[in-house]
Design a binder for this molecule. Sequence first.
Ligand code: G6P
Length: 617
Amino acid sequence: MCGIFGLITKKKDVPVAKLIREGLQRLEYRGYDSAGIALVHDGKIECRKDSGRIADINKDGWFDSMEGSFGVGHTRWATHGPPVAKNSHPHLDCKEKIAVVHNGILENFQQLRKELSERGHEFKSDTDTEVFPHLIEEYIEKGMDLKKAVIETVKQCKGAYGIVVCHADTPDYMLVARKESPLTIGITPGETTYCASDIPAFLPLTKTAYILDDDEIAVLYPGQVEIFDIETNQKRHRDPMTVQWSMDAAAKTLDGKEYKWFMHKELHEVPRKIREQFKMPQSDIDAFAKTIMDADQVFITAAGTAYYACLAGKFQITRFGGPYIQSILCSEFKDHLPEIPPNSVVMAVSQSGETADTIEAVRYARENYGAKVCSVVNVVGSSLTRYSDHVIITTAGPEIAVASQKAYCCQVSALSMVALRIAELKGEMEKDEVKKYHEALIETGNVCDEILKKEDNIKSIAKAVSEKTNFYYLARGASMAAALEGALKIKEINPKAHAEGYAAGESKHGPIALIRDGFPVVFVAPPDETYDRLIGNVMEMKARGGLIISVVADFDEKISELSDYTIEVPIKNNKYAITMSAVPFAYTLQILAYHAAEINGFDVDKPTNLAKSVTVK
Ligand code: G6P
């Protein structure tokens, strides 16, 4: 939520403003209602900001034509105050010498703002952020240097922040500090230093990075970084890491083909990303499996799409002999569990590793009740990895489209590997049986390749239903996760329609009342143990005029015959392939949602009101 990108360089003739603007555009998935840039130039701060998308604001080169040797930009997802120019970041102090951008929420800003106003500071925005430059200004007036002033300022602030501070009178460096909001630093040693909310922002420029921890402040010089503990002001040594993601991961090109949308490109990456996932270190799978088996109680938590990956994963783990796992949305976690029993494990799943509610849930369980934390995360070094005992890194690579999809496929693949390892360790299933399930799981990448070959069929179905404004997605058992994920995808990126994922057996208790002629009902119908009961639900919907869209195995006969439209998933006709088909079935629904949104002309990558990393609670 909110994207930050800053840059300081000693290289001459660098188009600083343009580079910052481009970095911000690579971060627009974090927020896109307004944007601004502040540059330090000749002892002054020049600040330009406005509401709207960056490309529109910069239409006549408004950002690119700014002059300055270093500075910072921000793309906003409004929290405090509507998305208008005055609330856009950066925010300045009274003398317009200090520029600050902020990601996070300050809890005590009203009190601070009142006190600062009483002392004569003039506020120009409705934001919580604006207290930062004014507080820093005061501490500098008291004689502190910029670093000390920022340290004293953040000590006054309660809540979450990732901030960048530039001062017109300190042209050699800028400062970044963080608590509970992400901030990463990229560096071309001896030349240029970048700071950004997410690594993809500087990925085309460098792969060398530092991750800032909570309660740290860093001084960014051109091509050099010094990190300090905010509490003690002690310097901390940190080795840079090399980002494993490829430089072109932040572009819309794949295999030489340019995609219109990141989401489409990312959906096409799924087969290869899943194959990479299956090569994850055995030691990580073992650590998860053993920790889960040793626990007295296991919980699994996440938000959004990652939560549906939890549902798919927990189903597999229990099916293969693991314990029953209680799934709880991370935003509900604390309220549902006023106490956590001893020897519990909390599994957390997150693409970003920065979702505030997910982090709060695991910290609550770990810090208050000593629960062990096993997390499945896509971003190396993200906050969630630091609160975890064991981590499985998903191999999805940067996911830029706001609506998560390839991350889901990797998360479910990883959790399925854990499930099979549990079966192996428990030894209750014949080794040969486990091996056959494993072989079927490994086929997932190939199955997804085959699904892509049928994309035109999925697209034609999307076109046929593109005018519809309501959908049900019904399923039973293991496929519930896919139904919920399919419906969420429609809600996220095709906001013309409301879609609801529902247990098919439960649909008689309410949803069926809405069924009229032509009301689309999507059935997720693999030929598993629920199939025959699902036929009954298809018949019920059909009898009331429902337009039946079924996602079935390609050897299906019964449900496809009852359907108006059918998407065939090419899996083998055996129990191993059927049991391991969670990803392919969900994947088809992600592709369906993509095409519905694209046909309807929506901004597929940046849906209205949504942000990729929800770093506020
Ligand atoms: C937001 C995104 C979703 C994502 C969810 C959880 O709502 O738009 O795509 O599934 O957050 O994010 P996480 O990074 O924790 O997986």
